[in-house]
Design a protein around this ligand. Structure first.
Ligand SMILES: [Zn+2]
Length: 158
């Protein structure tokens, strides 16, 4: 899957989407955790396949996970009306929670979230840890603050 996914809107109104939830893979930034590893990990947890809709590796490539029309498996209690976006990393080489996003990941996440917000203007972008009952640091940075402006740019331009 290539970054062509970022350039075209693939809007399909199969589900009502309230939330766009950002995750990290909670893996060490110096240890590659490829898409195939995520799929294997989630299958081992009993999921049919990867639980996220998108996975952004450290090279900035966005990989398609579940199709958007399918409910994800990434945020207990919130899967039905959300989209799950995950990036590779989130832990320092020592295994401590840290914002390990590469510049390429930051760029790709910004583009991907902007496109999703265009397709689902009413959806709120937040981090997994911002959901009630979540007690881990996922995604290791404040996604709600960093991405709160996404969408407003379009309103200003109109
Ligand atoms: Zn998470």
């Amino acid at each position: 899957m290539s970054n062509a996914i970022l350039t075209s809107s693939q809007y399909q109104n199969y589900r009502k989407i309230d939330l766009i939830v950002v995750h990290c893979s909670a893996t060490r930034c110096n240890r590659p955790f490829a898409l195939e590893a995520v799929i294997a990990c989630h299958k081992a947890r009993g999921f049919a396949t990867i639980g996220y809709h998108y996975y952004v590796t450290r090279d900035g490539v966005v990989h398609a996970g579940r199709p958007l029309y399918q409910e994800g498996a990434h945020a207990t209690g919130f899967n039905r009306r959300s989209i799950g976006v995950c990036y590779e990393g989130g832990l320092s080489p020592e295994g401590k929670p840290m914002d390990t996003r590469t510049l390429l990941q930051k760029e790709t996440l910004r583009k991907l979230l902007s496109r999703l917000k265009t397709d689902y203007p009413e959806a709120v972008i937040l981090g997994h840890r911002d959901l009630p009952g979540v007690r881990k640091e996922c995604p290791c940075f404040d996604a709600a603050v960093e991405y709160h402006w996404i969408g407003s740019q379009y309103q200003r331009e109109m």
